[in-house]
Design a protein around this ligand. Sequence first.
Ligand SMILES: [Zn+2]
Length: 285
Amino acid sequence: MRRLGRAARLLTLGAALGAVASCAVPSALAPGYRGSVGLPHAGFLDGAKDLPKESPGLRWRSAADFHFGVPRLVDALQDAAAAVAKQRPTGVPMFVGEISAKTGGRLPKHHSHRTGRDVDVMFFMTTLDGAPLAGAEFVKFGPDGLGVDASGRFVRFDVEREWLFVRSLLTNERIHLQWIFIATPLEALLVEHAIARGEPAEMVAMAEKVMLQPGDSLPHDDHTHVRVACEAEERVRGCIDNGPQWAWLPRIPRVEAPTSEIVEAITAPIRALPPAKPAGVAALP
Ligand SMILES: [Zn+2]
């Protein structure tokens, strides 16, 4: 099997994934594909965990959103929210936006979020006087850390609580953190704050690596987007990473990198699936 020719591998993968794609979840015809399968923008999900609507320091942004993710990401969000609430007990929770649909696949208004490894989290914010605000809405923050909310009032990016959230993710070895997409000026505010707090140089360096304003999507100045990498076992079961192999990620057994044809064979049928149906529930206040 190790010397399987490229054509044979393509045929095998294509056939298996064609069968998988026809029902959107792993089937008896492709039992090997499990968990988080494919690329963040072309994949599906099974065995997902639903983020509870409320947990210490955390709330859904909207009941209409999809909140299914790989268990380690869902757990990490709860842990991070609880850590922020414990260190800065403001009584105002962290608001979590979309993760993925229960079986993954295309979500309206998102390019990725298809494999349970991506989540949008609203920014922590305060009034100009520093009173914590419920940040359930998308507010754009400029390089000065100021924004204007839906009611037209000026609000401030809460660097302190945002850093505690980022810090919790950075120190969580189970999640295999890949990216925290965020606008560059906001990343700069967080890094400056981390240095001022006296955080270890290694942690600051890691933060600078994972925080990124992606070049192919919106600048992420109104929310942050967290992505976790595949686990080694998930790779064997069809998970594909397209990010860097950071030093803190699990060592992957030496396997041949998938060629672009193989990636195409895996992802093309999945990309063709219809988007998940909106939950149709009214947004939470
Ligand atoms: Zn996102």
